[in-house]
Design a protein around this ligand. Structure first.
Ligand SMILES: Nc1ncnc2c1ncn2[C@@H]1O[C@H](COP(=O)(O)OP(=O)(O)OP(=O)(O)O)[C@@H](O)[C@H]1O
Length: 241
């Protein structure tokens, strides 16, 4: 069963063609990454899939709320970190006591314990992004749309979060579309990688990553992993990411 189908999608900004006829399908429970040079239309495509931008062509997506993590600014500046993380649960009818418990339970895994009462503008870039990712995961959505979710996260925490996401996926079987610039990250997390061209926002190639799940730290040191990374890098070399 396909969770998302994207067919001949085009996105225009006042006549400027940013996404030019992209098509792909995402089976339920799969992880798809969109990779390509800066300005090739990745964010525009993600927004179109989320219904946040008008587009030409056809997109099918699950009904109900999506978990969308934009590149910047998902936390409400006038609420504490704790409150920000509780909101998606409260909106879905979880009691205040239960919401607080669930958030406090998961904070250490995101390196955010002790920062409950901080306001978003007092968090470091990496902490902010980890909080934004956690907030998106707490929406418990069937489909997550993540726009460079680890861009500001340091290398060590990045790997921790890859493992966390992989583990969550095994448990909850959500589907994900992620925009990234990081080939290793795309290979580690994805079942499908969509490579885009510079201008004007065209599809270059779709690569399947059929490494077994669950993926672990050992996965990164296997020959299969390295050869997938090399394969994807070869496809995008010359594209000036
Ligand atoms: N609101 C807008 N109005 C006009 N043009 C826009 C708008 N948003 C994006 N564009 C243009 O559309 C093209 C694609 O932008 P987009 O943000 O989708 O690229 P991207 O691949 O996500 O880039 P990056 O990797 O740098 O985040 C760019 O040329 C950009 O300048």
């Amino acid at each position: 069963m396909q969770e998302v189908e994207v067919s001949s999608v085009k996105v225009y900004y006042e006549g400027f063609l940013a996404v030019n006829g992209i098509s792909f399908a995402l089976p339920k429970g799969s992880y798809l990454s969109i990779i390509g040079p800066s300005g090739c239309g990745k964010t525009s495509l993600l927004k179109a899939i989320g219904g946040l931008l008008p587009y030409e062509g056809y997109i099918s997506r699950p009904e109900g709320p999506l978990g969308y993590m934009p590149q910047k600014g998902v936390l409400l500046p006038w609420y504490s970190l704790l409150k920000n993380l509780e909101i998606p649960l409260l909106i879905r009818g979880v009691s205040e006591v239960e919401a607080r418990k669930r958030v406090l339970d998961v904070l250490p895994q995101f390196g955010l314990k002790g920062f409950e009462n901080y306001f978003p503008n007092a968090l470091s870039g990496g902490m902010y992004q980890r909080a934004a990712l956690l907030r998106t995961l707490l929406t418990n959505s069937e489909l997550l749309l993540l726009d460079e979710p680890f861009g500001a996260v340091d290398a060590l925490n990045r790997r921790k979060l890859w493992l966390y996401l992989e583990d969550m996926r095994q448990k909850f079987n959500f589907s994900t579309i992620m925009v990234t610039h990081d080939v290793e990250e795309a290979v580690f997390l994805s079942d499908i990688i969509v490579i885009m061209h510079k201008y004007p926002g065209e599809l270059k190639e779709i690569v399947e990553i059929n490494l077994p799940h669950p993926r672990t730290l050992q996965t990164i040191s296997t020959d299969e992993f390295s050869s997938k990374v090399e394969h994807v890098l070869e496809k995008i070399i010359g594209e000036n990411i």
